[in-house]
Write a protein that binds this ligand. Sequence first.
Ligand code: NAD
Ligand code: MG
Length: 299
Amino acid sequence: MKDEDQYVMQDPTKQYPADDFPIQTQPEPGLDSKLDPRADHGEKSYRGTGRLQGRKAVITGADSGIGRAVAIAYAREGADVVITYLPSEETDAQDTMTIMKEAGNNVYGLAGDLTSEDFCKELIGFAAEKMGTIDILVNNAGKQIYIENIEDISTEQLVSTYTVNIFAMFWLSKAVLAHMPAGGAIINTASIQAYQPSPGLLDYASTKAAIVNFTHGLGIQLAPRGIRVNAVAPGPIWTPLQPSYGQPQEKIKTFGQKTPLGRAGQPAECAPAYVFLASQESSYTTAEVIGVTGGQHLT
Ligand code: NAD
Ligand code: MG
């Protein structure tokens, strides 16, 4: 292991191991606790500097992966945070909340399925009741199942991928506005897949393209209200999404090695973009997408 402290200047190609990953599979949704090797969410390295002091945030899918790294960063930047996750991810969620609580702010968890519009409304109501206001909404939950041929994508999978990735984002963004003041921020998780679709991820990649489009449109719509809407588009990041049928087995082994930086990214490397987009530092940035892709272009 190299020095993974993000504040230490170093060669990014060597910051994390670029070796093959062990072949592995988990039922969907995977658990961070079963990832081999474990991912880096900035647990040991992220240092807050008060950039989100007093803010109230909701982060979906924050038990593991990118969402966990964002949740840890937001807590250390001074925010109160509600995280959501699926009931089967309770252990990952508890681990995440234990780390967040060390920062000393309020942390709340709510388990539920975002494919239900009622749960999306319940989540926003829960967050508003606990925190009084919602200044930041991070739409991060996502579903990705790799299927080689379009003939084999079931309607059930198609509908559920679209519902988690896009419909829930609509429902949550719609509901949150009643509680979000000017200065608030909505941050969506898109993907390099929005621009460079893998042929085996047709349903997933097309939802990510829709997220980019939704981000541009909603950003323009909400600009006069002083609410900014942006997205982060990650490249290949080592999270439980990938070995829980997000990639075929043979692709797990060399996951991320084809990027210009030559390795998979870690959740900890995504979190600073979400902090920037939530904080007032990005006051003139809206309807925009920031890539964290290891060098793959968002075109
Ligand atoms: P992850 O598995 O750690 O996180 C995804 C989370 O989505 C899960 O933890 C789960 O809580 C949530 N989720 C899934 N279905 C849900 C449902 N029906 N109801 C409620 N929550 C549900 O994986 P991750 O890679 O950190 O994914 C986070 C986001 O990043 C996703 O939107 C994903 O598409 C996106 N992304 C990931 C990569 C990557 O390479 N890992 C690349 C680009 C974009
Ligand atoms: Mg998870």
